[in-house]
Every structure is written in C-alpha cells, then in structure tokens.
Ligand binder design. Structure first.
Ligand SMILES: [Zn+2]
Length: 247
C-alpha cells in the first residue's frame, strides 16, 4: 500500500521526462534528498506550471510505494521562489551550494541541519550586494562541520599554534604555518597568499567584515580549490563547481 507523505523541500535538480513529466531531486528536512516523479505536469493546462522550478521551496504532497525508491508528486504549494527577481550574480551564488549538494551524499541524520543551513544562506545572500562568495565559503565551512569533516581554520595542523597560514596541506586535511612548511612538501601543498590566509581566519565571522574586505581573483581560485579538494578527498570523487566560474 502506498503511503501519503507531506514534507517541505527545495528543488535541487530538474529533468524533463518523456512527453509531459518531470523528474526532480528535492532536498527535504526529514528524508534527505529524494527522487520525485511528477507525472503529466508539463501538459498545457497543468496547474503546476511555474511551481516545479529549480531552487523553489515547496510544501509537497507526495506518495510512495514502500517497495520503490521513487516518491510520486501529487500537488504542491509555493513557500519561496528563490530565483525569482534576483540578479545574475546572486543567482549564481545561490546555485553554487546546490551544485555541491547534488554531488555529495547527504545522510538523513544531517538533512535537517543542511536544509536549515541552505535556507539561511539563501536569505543572507539575497540581502548583501558584494563579496557574496565569502558567504558561500562560510556555507561550505558549515557544511563540512555538519557532515563531520570540519577543518581547523585557527591553528596550524602541524604545530597546533595560532599562526598565519602559509599553505593548505590536503593529506593532513588542514592548513600549515610558514614555520612548519618544508621544501620537501612543496609538491603536496597549495600555497596561499596573505589575502586568502586573512580571509580564512575571518571566515567564521565573515558577516562582520563583508563590506570592508576585497577579494581578488587569485584568492577566489585558492579558496575554491581548498574547499573542493577537501570535499573531494572525503567523498573519494572529484567535486566540480561550474556555477562559480561564471562569476
Ligand atoms: Zn605550524
């Protein structure tokens, strides 16, 4: 017997299926990321037009056969159309975390926290008009914390002292200071510039600095690379981030 399910959810992926249907991946607070089949919703007279769009947050009425992995769409009501009426930069910054979430495995235990994190992030990113990329990095930092792969952004991973970071050391999953760097490790580390080191040290409270910092291109590259490497090492697969390249 199929089971009725009510949940809210954020659409993180949308693919047309056959003539009139849509397949969606939806992040939910209780069930993690679910695969949702919405049959016939692309018919001309469907009342669902405009509802099932990427990044929309919805109250969903679904059902599911216990023997199937699929959730079947019945109806929905809009809570928030996040991409409606926003500029391109903000739109890219809103799609970036979703691009990451699509590529990682989210355990049901973490889904509530990740859902809240994403909602908070969306609302914040819409409220600022510069340096949004730094808020995205803070999102990634918090995401890493939730899924249990937090990295220490205060202390050197080798000497455990609070010193300015000199490089990121992927094998040790952390940052090293100038004193702990040896040329023998040169091939294994990513050196970071002073601007990047300064930003990393402020990342937990970056909202306080958002109007005064400036983030040059090399810094953007360095921080993106660090976060993507950190996530890729953990999930044993290459995590890509195409959206950010458009910034
Ligand atoms: Zn050190």
């Amino acid at each position: 017997m199929s089971r009725d399910i009510k949940t809210k959810g954020i659409i993180i992926k949308k693919v047309n299926f056959r003539e009139t249907s849509i397949i969606l991946d939806v992040l939910t607070p209780e069930y993690g990321v679910i695969s949702l089949m919405a049959k016939g919703v692309r018919k001309q007279k469907s009342k669902n037009t405009g509802l099932l769009e990427i990044l929309n947050e919805l109250d969903l009425d679904l059902y599911k056969n216990p023997s199937s992995e699929w959730y079947i769409y019945r109806s929905s009501q809009i809570i928030n159309a996040h991409l409606f009426n926003i500029n391109l930069t903000t739109s890219i910054l809103m799609q970036a975390p979703v691009e990451v979430i699509r590529q990682i495995i989210i355990s049901i235990d973490d889904s509530q926290a990740i859902y809240q994190l994403l909602e908070t992030y969306f609302n914040y990113i819409k409220s600022i008009d510069k340096n949004g990329i730094a808020i995205f990095w803070r999102f990634l930092l918090k995401l890493c914390r939730i899924i249990g792969i937090e990295f220490d952004i205060s202390n050197c991973i080798v000497c455990s002292q609070k010193k300015q970071f000199f490089a990121y050391f992927p094998q040790k999953h952390g940052f090293i200071c100038n004193d702990c760097f040896h040329p023998v490790n040169n091939e294994q580390v990513f050196k970071i510039n002073e601007n990047a080191a300064d930003l990393i040290s402020k990342l937990n409270h970056i909202g306080n600095y958002i109007d005064e910092i400036s983030i040059p291109k090399p810094t953007i590259k360095q921080l993106n690379r660090i976060f993507l490497t950190h996530l890729s090492e953990h999930f044993h697969k290459k995590i890509h981030l195409k959206s950010i390249e458009l910034l």
